[in-house]
Write a protein that binds this ligand. Structure first.
Ligand code: NDP
Length: 286
């Protein structure tokens, strides 16, 4: 068997084309969707992700405002910026690029975002809404994963879904979304024991830990759906996921590549959430 590739890149292009038309519709109504991105410090990966987000905004004609701050920025200054963005009616979405430098309290900073502008869906309010099956903004990466599974007609009901990783960015919200779709969900993390015993039972295996080649073909079930969320840069500078792609694709039924899988979908979902924010704030939701 050779797995079918879940092509996140082309799906994201299709979604962005639709969103581009919606942006023009909003502009015709005098609404100018705007995303504010806050980047603290000089983490190279974060800088790259912010540039991808800026590029996507440009493609869709969404206004992006990027606020860059030095590594040693004090929390009080950052909070002040967030307060100003909350108050600014021109700004529809606010995104704080994570991770923040260690001296900043990530929870306190995220909590400060007005939930109506929390397009990443990481505030306690948005995560709580997700937990109570009444989402406002769904975190972009998990939302993108579910959209890909839907697009490829992969049924989740009654399936064994295993998620490796329990961050609020990926693992936890993804587990809730899979649960909502009636999968039986197991969440694994760095303290889980006998991981292969668990992963080998998975019909759907989602992995987001940031460890190159972590999943090999001995750890999966024949015909499993493999969603590789990890992003790692090898010593030779190549971008790879958490799965040994060449080996695992021979045994899986579907697999996401890295790059070209979950990554572009994350950006497309951010654009979708930003448009939703603009519509919500201008009361033009259907
Ligand atoms: P975090 O570092 O916040 O979380 C990593 C998780 O992996 C933790 O829950 C940790 O467990 C778990 N973990 C680490 N080592 C192991 C192990 N050996 N066995 C089992 N579990 C382990 O990372 P993120 O969730 O932010 O990101 C995870 C990966 O996904 C990264 O590679 C990141 O770059 C990528 N990513 C990709 C995105 C995309 O768009 N494709 C978007 C966001 C992230 P514990 O909780 O016990 O520490």
């Amino acid at each position: 068997m050779s797995a079918k590739i879940i092509d996140g890149k082309s799906l994201s292009l299709k979604i962005k084309e639709e969103l581009k038309r919606e942006v023009q519709d909003l502009k015709n109504k005098g609404i100018n969707p705007t995303l504010a991105v806050v980047l603290v410090g000089d983490n190279k990966a974060s800088q790259k992700y912010v540039s991808f987000k800026e590029k996507a905004c440009k493609e869709l004609d969404i206004q992006s405002l990027v606020f860059r701050f030095p590594e040693d920025t004090e929390e009080i200054s950052l909070i002040k910026v967030i307060d100003e963005l909350n108050e600014n009616s021109q700004v529809n979405g606010i995104l704080i690029q994570l991770p923040l430098p260690k001296h900043l309290d990530q929870n306190r900073v995220l909590e400060r975002i007005n939930p109506l502008k929390d397009v990443d869906g990481f505030t306690p309010f948005c995560l709580g809404r997700l937990l109570t099956d009444n989402p406002l903004y769904i975190p972009c990466t998990p939302k993108g994963v579910i959209r890909m599974l839907d697009e490829y007609g992969i049924n989740l009901e009654g399936k064994q879904a295993v998620v490796i990783g329990r961050s609020i960015i990926v693992g936890k919200p993804l587990s809730l979304l899979l649960l909502k779709r009636n999968a039986t969900v197991t969440i694994c993390h760095s303290k889980s024991v006998n991981l292969p015993d668990i992963t080998k039972k998975a019909d759907i295996l989602c992995i987001a830990i940031g460890k190159e080649n972590f999943i090999n073909s001995n750890m999966i079930k024949e015909g499993a759906v493999i969603i590789d969320i990890g992003i790692n840069v090898t010593n030779s500078g190549k971008v790879v996921g958490d799965v040994n792609f060449e080996e695992v694709r021979k045994k899986a039924s579907y697999i996401t590549p890295v790059p070209g899988g979950v990554g572009p979908m994350t950006i497309a979902m951010l654009m979708e959430n930003t448009l939703y924010a603009a519509k919500l704030q201008h009361k033009v939701l259907k």
